[in-house]
Design a binder for this molecule. Structure first.
Ligand code: FEO
Length: 167
């Protein structure tokens, strides 16, 4: 049975991953109304990944004798000024999630739960990949400039495929 401090920390992370999924859904919906088909697909796929992260934590907590709690989620924003502003927010959000994952590690170490310590390493690696794939998108946006946003929209899913092959 996992220690309560670890269960509580993981339940907080359930909330953050679920919010991430909703945030990317909100961004996808906004991008879809603007006609950016590639960016929309990228964001829907990202929202699915975040849901998978949430389910992974729920499954682990329940398997280890805890009880995962499904929380209420704060409503995400609905409007962004530009694609660039939106991706800056994606990166900022991923950095926040990375910090959150890192903050759970000392709690697990304190509880001497080596199975949980091993398990959470997957999230450490995943966050590193997520941050670097969003950074690559921002670099490309910088290179292409606002005038080429439709070309960027056409190419973004290929960047995702390249990224997931590395994963
Ligand atoms: Fe599950 Fe992208 O944080």
């Amino acid at each position: 049975m996992m220690k309560k401090s670890i269960i509580d920390a993981l339940n907080e992370q359930v909330q953050k991953e679920g919010y991430s999924s909703n945030l990317y859904l909100a961004m996808a919906s906004w991008a879809e109304t603007k006609g950016y088909d590639g960016i929309t697909q990228w964001l829907y796929a990202q929202a699915d990944e975040e849901k998978m992260h949430m389910l992974k934590i729920i499954g682990f907590v329940n398997e280890r004798g805890g009880k995962a709690i499904i929380p209420a989620f704060e409503q995400p924003p609905a409007e962004w000024k530009s694609i660039r502003e939106m991706f800056d927010q994606v990166l900022e959000h991923e950095q926040y999630v990375t910090e959150s994952i890192h903050s759970i590690i000392p709690i697990i170490e304190k509880g001497k739960d080596y199975a949980a310590l091993n398990w959470i390493q997957w999230f450490v690696d995943e966050q590193m990949e997520e941050e670097s794939s969003v950074q690559a998108i921002i670099d490309k946006l910088n290179l292409m400039g606002d005038k080429n946003i439709y070309m960027f929209d056409r190419d973004i899913m290929a960047m995702r495929a390249e990224g997931s092959e590395e994963a």
